[in-house]
Design a protein around this ligand. Structure first.
Ligand SMILES: [Zn+2]
Length: 255
């Protein structure tokens, strides 16, 4: 295999890693936002219930002060009853007192009603708050994990970028620019192996036999692109065995 192809394959491997971690990294901020949105929705629901509760409490206090005013009024009227001279006046004042007492009873019922509403709102708020508390506990560790992953990705990314820079510097500028152009246009895959059947393993199109031949002989030290997808073609070398004994057993013909 041509040295230039070997260098390009190393670069392609690094570029693939960079692409993979960029892809992985892109999901983490989205997840962090999802967590914030979820808690935000619960908090908004809790705030809404709290506002309803506040309104009910204000209404209750208003009615209580009205009841108190009416009670004061009744006391005044009752104390005056003894001074009243005519039965007509007495009857009129008694009627006023009765009306006021009836109104108080209605208002007291209204207060009971409001208190029931407040109680159920309090229960709802408590439930939401408990849900938020439980979620926070779970999210806390997930957030930590996501942030740790993000920072470790940042570290990996800068290491990969450094490796990429080193590898790029060893390539001819023209070849590098061809590679990078294909990389950008072809979904981050610029290199394509030719399979045993003589087809490009990325776009699956058959490579003309003459080109295959040139690839195998390394004719003219030429870089050959797939006529269909324009990726840089190479013929993969048989995998090297690390283990000497197995190499003996396999008995594969190796050059
Ligand atoms: Zn192809």
């Amino acid at each position: 295999m041509l040295e230039r192809i070997k260098a390009l394959l190393k670069l392609q491997a690094v570029d693939k890693e960079i692409r993979d971690i960029n892809h992985a990294a892109s999901s983490y901020p989205a997840r962090l936002k999802e967590i914030d949105d979820d808690l935000g929705a619960d908090r908004a629901a809790s705030d809404e219930k709290q506002a309803e509760l506040d309104e009910i409490e204000a209404q209750r206090k208003l009615i209580e002060s009205q009841i108190q005013a009416q009670k004061d009024q009744i006391r005044k009227w009752e104390s005056r009853l003894t001074d009243i001279k005519t039965p007509r006046e007495y009857a009129a004042m008694s009627r006023e007192i009765d009306i006021a007492k009836k109104s108080i009873r209605n208002q007291e019922e209204e207060i009971l009603n409001l208190m029931e509403q407040a109680e159920s709102l309090n229960k709802e708020i408590e439930l939401i708050e408990r849900t938020i508390f439980e979620k926070e506990k779970g999210y806390e560790s997930e957030r930590k994990e996501l942030r740790a992953k993000l920072s470790s990705i940042e570290k990996d990314r800068s290491e990969l970028e450094a490796r990429r820079k080193n590898l790029s510097e060893d390539l001819e500028a023209r070849l590098l620019s061809v590679y990078e152009r294909i990389l950008a246009r072809k979904g981050g895959i610029a290199m394509a192996a030719v399979g045993p059947g003589g087809a490009c393993e990325v776009c699956r199109m058959r490579i003309p036999p003459q080109l295959c031949n040139d690839l195998m002989t390394g004719a003219g030290d030429r870089i050959i692109q797939c006529p269909s997808c324009y990726r840089i073609l190479y013929i993969p070398e048989p995998p090297e065995d690390d283990d000497g004994e197995e190499a003996h057993d396999a008995g594969a013909a190796r050059t």
